[in-house]
Write a protein that binds this ligand. Structure first.
Ligand SMILES: [Zn+2]
Length: 109
């Protein structure tokens, strides 16, 4: 690997990684963004852990909110607007609290 390419690949900060991660949940990243993203992903254990947690929350939100969440995600992809219903938000919050309580009480979790 040339040093110029190496500098480019490792130049992504953790903050930039998290921004790309958020965007990648709603839309497809460009090739160069994906390249930088996965290079940082391989090199940074903190961001790998963060991504796992975000994906867990995403899956739980999908599970709890069901159709509301899918609709909201579609709206977010299409425009900046879109809100979950109050009922869906409550369900997500209570499910997250329950899941976090379960995980925090596990001896090896
Ligand atoms: Zn990082």
């Amino acid at each position: 690997m040339t040093s110029k390419l190496h500098t480019f690949l490792s130049a992504l900060s953790c903050e930039q990684y998290t921004r790309l991660l958020s965007r990648s949940l709603d839309s497809k990243l460009s090739f160069s963004e994906r390249l930088s993203f996965y290079t940082h992903h391989i090199l940074c254990v903190v961001c790998r852990r963060y991504r796992r947690q975000i994906l867990l929350i995403e899956r739980m939100a999908q599970k709890v909110a069901g159709a509301d969440y899918a609709k909201d995600k579609q709206e977010r992809a299409g425009s900046a607007g879109g809100e979950l219903s109050a009922e869906a938000r409550e369900r997500i919050e209570s499910e997250l609290s329950r899941e976090l309580a379960t995980r925090c009480n596990k001896p090896n979790g």
